[in-house]
Every structure is written in C-alpha cells, then in structure tokens.
Design a protein around this ligand. Structure first.
Ligand code: GLU
Ligand code: MG
Length: 453
C-alpha cells in the first residue's frame, strides 16, 4: 500500500490539482466528493464529509421518501483506501481514491457496501478461504444525434472489422485502465451491435469490485472525449443482446496459492471440488433472494429472459451458458488455477460490492452447510416445458424487480448477512424505483390500448 507521503509526492510530481474520493451507495452510482490538492493530506487522514442522506438515495437521484436518512441527518466521512489511489489519465490534473463511508469517529459504517464486502472477506478468511473474483462487464458504445441515441456501429458478434471500428476508443480505454491498475485480459466484440466486453484478470474479490468501478468510470470518461457515450444499462435496446456482468468466483487457500474449487478426482468428472459444489448449492439456495443485488433495476428483468444467452432459471451446468451458474471448462494446461463458477445473473448496473458480497456470502453459506446443488442441467431451460422444468425442480428467477424485492425479503439470510440498516435502505431504494416504474404510462400501452378501448 502506498503511504500518504508517497501519494503526496506523486500528486506533486504529476501536477494533480483535484483528487476525487469515490464511494458507491444504494443507488449503484459511482459518486465522489473532491478535494483540492492543498487539502489532500488532511482529507486522507479524516476523509471528506457527506450527508448521511446519500445512503437513502435511489438511482433516480431522489431521496427515498421512507428512507432512514435525510437532510436532517448528520454526516458520514468518505475515507479513502490508499491502495486505490490512481491518477485519472483521461481527466488530466485529477486523481482519485475509492473510499468507504465511515462514522465521524473514523470507524467503518455498517451501512457501507464496500465495507460489507470486506466483512464477507474476513468471514471467508476465518474459514481459511481467500475469495477471488473477476467481473465480465458488457456495455454498448453509443452516439447521440440530437435527442436520438443509437449504437455507434452495427457490427455482428466477433467481427474482425468491429474491433477496428472501435479501436481508437477502446485503445484509450485499455491504456487508461492499465495506468489505473486494472489488468485487461481479453477484449470481445460482443453480440449486440456496438456491444463490447473487456475482461479483467481475476484478483482478490475487493480488487475485482474496485476494478469494476474503475472500468465503468474509465469507459464513460473516455467515451466523452471521443464524442461518444456508453451505457451499462442491462437491456438498452429491445431485440438486441442485454449487457451482463458475469461474476467469476472461486475460493483459494488463504495464501492464494491453491484453487480450492479444483479437484481432479471429481466423481462427476468435471475436475470440480466438493467445496465448489457446495458453494454452488448455497448460491442456488439463496439465488432468488440474491438476485436483486446483482440485477437491481426494473430494466434488469428485460435482460433475464429465456433464450437470450442471459439466464432466466435457477440452475447450474457445465459450460451451459443458458444456466444461471456455469462451471467453465478448464484449459488442460491450467493446473486447476482457473477453476471457478461463472454466476451469470448480475448486470453492470449493480453495485459490485453488493453483487459480489451477497453472491460470496450465499456460496460460503453453502460451503459451511455442505449444501448439495443437485445434478447439473445439460439442456437449455428455454427449450423445456414448464412441466419438464418442474420435474427437474428448476425454478424461474424473479421475473420483475418487484418479485426480486419480495424474494430478498423472504430470505432471512440476506438481512443477516447485510445487517439490518444496509438491507433495509437498499430495498427501500429499489422499492421506490419500482413504484415509480409501475406508475408509468408507457408508449407500448398508448400504442396498443389508446384507440382499442
Ligand atoms: N449478453 C449476455 C448476458 O446478458 C451474455 C453473453 C455471453 O457472454 O455469454 O448475460
Ligand atoms: Mg459476454
């Protein structure tokens, strides 16, 4: 971890004026307060103040009416994690930290999402595990023509030409990410027109979540410099592919030397360990309740449809991309390092600390209780009848945000793992958005009903 002195030297050498202190709350938006560099030292020591009301904000940028916190509430401090310091190459003269909301007495607040993930990692460490993760984030590159927004290019999946068309923009994104400490592993021209997917090398789960925050910020910032913009909305265009944020999760030993999801003596012949199967068992058991933390907005549920390469059912399978959990096949040369689960439900609108934290908590619950996940599904559930699904015990994921909120409330495990305040404020924010969405009279209703009735 760089020391405060080292950071002060870097900002001086690099001519930094403004330093942002980021945090992510129940609105899933990467927000920040910034300090002038002359006040950086004291801000690193005592954080920057922010109204507690921000923990009762929703993604519509509104204070939730039933929220615990409001303008009358006191302050949190945004306290930076010095490890996350980075100059922001696409915004010259600026740097940033990722931080957490702490109490004025300089203790982490139990309502903070990043601190929640750290608590889960501590819990894992007590069980002798080191959770590793990577977020596989898809997004669309768009252009604006007046009020009209459309995909920047209309290339099909994987076309070589597609990479060339977005080259200049993506080159700058890759360069900025690497300067900010994010290790890009692969780049994919995804299925949707103008949809791309940079994949990040796996890391400890906290860094993986921080990397997701950085990626979202970088591509938005760089897009603006190219006269473009980017959306992480899960289903931006009807008829085009949705954007997922598949979470790749594994448990290593505490030293980080050995992947404990690998076992070449697997009786099912997938080289997957009992610990891994139990992790899947736990994640499946809690999946309906956990869904709202990975798929947090009403639009998320327009992505989670059968037959779209996004999951719609609670099931797992070996290299089955229609399942909610995929066990990816391993490179014969990897020696088991890459053993992992790919949890495909989350999308990039999620707060990555909560999405990863709740998924890990559910998986760890399965490991401690030795939860049996049952047999893997070898078919695409979209091609099975409801009767066939029922026979196999395969249930649907929540089909609306409203259902997902209700499922989270039904599963007492979630309130326990998140703590009462974080659990309740998060769900109140989702409820307020769901209410606002439900009350909309949509273009579809006007087009279909206005002249009919
Ligand atoms: N776009 C798909 C989703 O929404 C995933 C496609 C893939 O990478 O398998 O999850
Ligand atoms: Mg993809």
């Amino acid at each position: 971890m760089p020391t405060a002195e080292q950071i002060l030297k870097i900002v001086k050498d690099e001519g930094i004026n403004i330093v942002k202190f980021l945090w992510m709350g129940n609105d899933m938006i990467s927000r920040a307060m910034a300090t002038h560099v002359d006040f950086l030292e004291e801000s690193m020591n005592s954080g920057i103040g922010i109204t507690r009301g921000m923990q009762s904000f929703n993604a519509l940028d509104l204070l939730v009416p039933s929220g615990r916190f409001g303008p009358e509430s006191s302050e949190f401090r945004i306290v930076p994690d010095l490890n996350t310091f980075a100059c922001v190459p696409y915004a010259p003269g600026s740097a940033r930290f990722i931080g957490e909301l702490w109490e004025p007495e300089m203790k982490p607040s139990s309502t903070d999402s990043r601190y929640y993930l750290r608590r889960i990692l501590e819990q894992a460490e007590k069980m002798n595990f080191r959770p590793m993760a990577s977020c596989e984030i898809e997004f669309y590159i768009l252009r604006k023509d007046g009020d009209k927004v459309s995909p920047y290019i209309s290339e099909k999946f994987g076309t070589s030409h597609g990479y060339d068309l977005v080259n200049e923009f993506m080159q700058e994104c890759v360069d900025c990410m690497s300067k900010m400490g994010v290790r890009l592993e692969r780049l994919k021209k995804e299925y949707g027109h103008s949809q791309v997917e940079p994949t990040i090398k796996y890391a400890g789960a906290l860094k993986a979540a921080d990397d997701a925050v950085t990626l979202r910020d970088v591509v938005k910032g760089v897009a603006a410099r190219h006269g473009l913009f980017v959306t992480f909305m899960p289903k931006p265009f009807q008829g085009l592919a949705g954007s997922g944020n598949h979470l790749h999760l594994s448990l290593f030993d505490v030293k980080g030397d050995r992947n404990l999801f690998y076992d070449k003596n697997d009786r099912r012949k997938y080289d997957f360990s009992e610990t891994g199967y139990h992790f899947i068992g736990g994640l499946m058991k809690h999946m309906k309740g956990v869904t709202v933390f990975g798929a947090p907005i009403s639009n998320s549920y327009k992505r989670l449809l059968p037959g779209t390469w996004s999951p719609a059912h609670v099931c797992y399978g070996y290299d089955n991309r229609a399942a909610a959990i995929r066990i990816p096949s391993l490179l014969s040369t990897s020696g088991g390092e890459g053993s992992r689960v790919e949890y495909r439900v989350p999308d990039p609108s999620a707060n990555p600390y909560l999405a990863i934290g709740t998924a890990l908590a559910a998986g760890l619950d399965g490991v401690s209780k030795k939860t049996d996940p049952g047999e893997p599904l070898t078919a695409d559930p979209a091609r099975m009848s409801d009767a066939q699904l029922e026979k196999l015990g395969v249930e649907y994921l929540p089909r609306t945000l409203g259902e997902a909120i209700a499922e989270a409330k039904k599963d007492s495990f979630l309130k326990e793992t998140l703590g009462e305040v974080l659990f309740e404020e998060y769900l109140k924010a989702r409820e307020s958005e769901w209410k606002s969405y439900r009350e909309q009279v949509t273009e579809w209703e006007i087009a279909n009903y206005l002249t009919t009735f």
